[in-house]
Design a protein around this ligand. Structure first.
Ligand code: MF3
Ligand code: CO
Ligand code: CO
Length: 257
């Protein structure tokens, strides 16, 4: 069942998504050569707490961290640890928060200091694929229109989408119906309606699309060791343009704890 959000729901869900966007912005700015992924996750925890929210990930199916931090060939669900980020790495940060009873879910990939031209192009194409997908999120179209637009854009640029993980509806819980794949799946062809809130999240790899899960039970990596990028927004379908909910609007960047 797809849960439509009314204006009253959105009075809470908009701020929840703004907080997620603000935390993601701040964490991205914190990334620099030499910091460990645990320091990044701890910083995220501080920001989430300072804004009065809590992580939507910690404890979800026993997930052990506040955020997902995935480096280079890690696609999603990377666990924070002792790994030090190095100049040239690319880091995908996924931040989901619970605030006022709703979840905001958003992700982006950033370079540590700078990166190679392939990595930069992979990030640019994935970022752009997200907006190409969001543009299809209008009433009357179908989930497959979002999926197709993302897949076509990515493949036309010489990269591949991951198939094992997909976008999703989001609301009072992190994962609601419908699933929003980044490739055309005829089983996921629901009609889009105003009031739907979707986490649209292309996961894109520079090489072959196959992925595997590391022994830690969480970290998803490319099978061929190629680089991966991940961008995500929580989006509201309206009668007009789609509304991107996970911008960090109205949330001060430096809030006194
Ligand atoms: N935020 C991820 C998503 O975009 C889900 C993370 S699940 C967790 O759907 F367990 F790793 F937190
Ligand atoms: Co996410
Ligand atoms: Co998501």
């Amino acid at each position: 069942m797809i849960i439509l959000k009314n204006e009253r729901d959105l009075e809470s869900m908009r701020p929840a998504c703004n907080v997620a966007g603000a935390v993601l912005r701040d964490v991205a700015a914190f990334i620099q050569p030499g910091v460990t992924t645990r320091q990044v996750d701890n910083f995220a925890a501080e920001r989430i707490r300072a804004l009065g929210a809590r992580s939507a990930f910690l404890g979800y199916r026993k997930y052990p961290c506040q955020t997902c931090i995935s480096v280079n060939d890690e696609v999603v669900h990377g666990l924070a640890g002792d790994r030090q980020l190095r100049f040239g790495d690319i880091v995908s940060i996924d931040c989901g928060v619970m605030f006022k009873g709703f979840v905001g879910d958003t992700a982006k990939t950033v370079a540590v200091g700078g990166c190679g031209v392939l990595a930069q192009r992979l990030m640019d194409v994935t970022d752009q694929a997200l907006y190409v997908g969001i543009a299809e999120a209008v009433p009357g179209k179908r989930v497959t229109d979002i999926s197709r637009s993302i897949q076509d854009y990515v493949e036309n640029n010489g990269f591949n989408v991951v198939r094992e993980f997909v976008g999703h509806g989001v609301g009072r819980t992190m994962h609601e119906e419908p699933q929003v794949p980044n490739f055309v799946d005829s089983k996921c062809n629901q009609r889009l309606r105003a009031g739907m809130t979707l986490a649209i999240e292309p996961m894109v790899v520079a090489g072959h699309s196959g992925v595997k899960i590391l022994k830690d039970g969480w970290t998803v990596v490319t099978q061929d060791g190629s680089l991966a990028a991940h961008f995500e927004h929580t989006v509201l379908i309206t009668e007009g343009e789609p509304e991107i909910l996970t911008w960090p609007e109205r949330i001060p960047s430096k809030l006194k704890v």
